[in-house]
Design a protein around this ligand. Structure first.
Ligand SMILES: Cc1cc2nc3c(=O)[nH]c(=O)nc-3n(C[C@H](O)[C@H](O)[C@H](O)COP(=O)(O)OP(=O)(O)OC[C@H]3O[C@@H](n4cnc5c(N)ncnc54)[C@H](O)[C@@H]3O)c2cc1C
Length: 397
């Protein structure tokens, strides 16, 4: 697959930044050469987790990106793990699990005790353990603060009851970072109060999973998760009880960047397929790529991808520097997901009828890029954020 476009933009960024991105890209190519898109499509067909890919990412030290070396990681920050997600997507191997692992580890690393980091984060660096993330609830939906999953004190620890939905990779995960209320929504002064973060061992009795029938071409399936008197030890709580909202947003900002990385990588992947096809296909004797109706559509998508990429890595740098990267992360995910949709749309148009043949692997990309406009957070909420927090406009909802 042609990745020259990615290299080009890396060269236009600062030398140090481009070297960081390039190093990750090169190492990732070592893995995706062994486990290309055909491998991930086979795993999807067999409904199984891509264990071999995951182990290899661990062996190459890639899963340890963003985790300090003292905790068994490979160092770097959200920028490096975003670059990994982009590089995987660029090879047609997007993984939602990396998004949720990357996001879930952030609050644990920033606010967990050294023991918690060693217990919950360190084994994820080799692939020995996997971490999923659960915030969405059936009734609350986008309005996470309306969640009703409740953890109540129980001896030294807690007992968890409630329900989450759409949880990616819950079947394959060893741990789940659960966002729950420790005080009910109706009993707090401010809706952000009373939220807490817990790491749940998936083997704990009382957890029940129901697989959802979601059509997105990734190896991770989504689950409805029920908690019925699930006992949590004291060390399951990350940070202070009731003060988890800020920690949650730190994680969610990194998730936006990981999602943006996946979007721009997939966009470039689709575009490279469109370019290659449009050079060969000649129904009127000339390559269809020479027709401006198609060429401009591809060029427009490329420009959108590059703009989103600059925004993504700029936001990641800010995040890693400890700045408030909320606005930039939201813009990066908004622009990245729109660029990816534009690229897949261009690829679909370019392929004509063949674009709808699953074997050409264009229509198969569409649900994933369209998903990125809705999850992990819908673009309307990102626009709301920009409207309210960047432009200072009144809240509409
Ligand atoms: C494949 C997949 C994987 C997922 N993985 C996970 C996971 O691992 N963990 C997890 O916790 N969740 C996960 N999710 C859930 C995902 O984050 C939610 O679906 C998403 O945040 C939207 O919530 P909802 O579906 O309840 O939509 P709703 O809240 O019902 O919103 C529906 C639509 O209404 C509009 N809307 C809603 N509120 C507003 C507003 N205030 N202003 C303007 N428009 C608005 C938006 O267009 C939105 O798309 C996943 C979802 C999918 C489909």
């Amino acid at each position: 697959m042609n990745t020259s476009a990615t290299t080009a933009i890396a060269n236009t960024a600062s030398t140090a930044l481009s070297a960081r991105i390039r190093d990750v890209q090169e190492a990732t190519r070592g893995v995706t050469t062994l486990y290309p898109r055909s491998y991930i499509l086979q795993c999807i067909k067999e409904d199984r987790f891509p264990d071999e890919l995951w182990q290899k990412l661990g062996e190459f030290g890639l899963l340890g990106l963003s985790v300090p070396e003292e905790y068994g990681g490979s160092g770097g920050g959200v920028l490096e793990i975003t670059a990994l997600n982009e590089a995987l997507a660029l090879a047609g191997v997007p993984t939602l699990f990396l998004v949720v692992t990357g996001l879930g580890r952030v609050p644990i690393m920033r606010h967990g005790t050294p023991e918690q980091i060693r217990k919950y984060v360190t084994p994820t660096c080799t692939g020995e353990k996997k971490l999923c993330f659960a915030i969405t609830e059936p009734n609350a939906g986008t309005n996470s603060f309306a969640m009703t999953t409740l953890a109540t004190p129980d001896g030294d620890g807690w007992v968890l009851n409630g329900q989450k939905v759409f949880i990616s990779g819950a079947r394959d995960a060893d741990y789940m970072l659960v966002i729950a209320r420790t005080t009910k929504a109706g009993e707090v002064k401010h809706r952000t109060d009373g939220i807490s973060l817990f790491v749940l061992d998936m083997k704990t009795p009382g957890i029940q999973l129901t697989q959802l029938n979601i059509q997105v071409e990734t190896a991770e399936r989504q689950y409805m998760v029920f908690f019925d008197n699930v006992k949590l030890p004291a060390d399951a709580l990350i940070g202070e009880a009731g003060k988890g909202a800020k920690l949650m947003f730190e994680g969610l900002n990194s998730e936006r960047l990981l999602a943006a990385g996946a979007a721009i990588g997939l966009g470039d992947y689709a575009l490279a397929k469109a370019v290659a096809y449009s050079k060969e296909r000649k129904p009127f004797g000339k390559p269809i790529g020479s027709y401006q109706a198609l060429q401009h559509r591809m060029a427009q998508a490329k420009a959108q991808i590059e703009a989103a990429r600059l925004m993504t890595y700029n936001a990641a740098e800010r995040f890693d520097a400890g700045e408030d990267a909320g606005a930039h992360a939201n813009m990066a995910k908004l622009l990245g997901s729109q660029a990816a949709v534009a690229a897949v749309e261009a690829a679909l148009q370019t392929h004509g009828g063949y674009g709808f043949d699953r074997d050409y692997d264009i229509i198969t990309l569409w649900p994933m890029v369209r998903l990125l406009e809705i999850a992990p957070i819908n673009n309307e909420m990102l626009l709301n954020y920009i409207g309210e927090h960047v432009l200072g406009l009144p809240k509409s909802y």
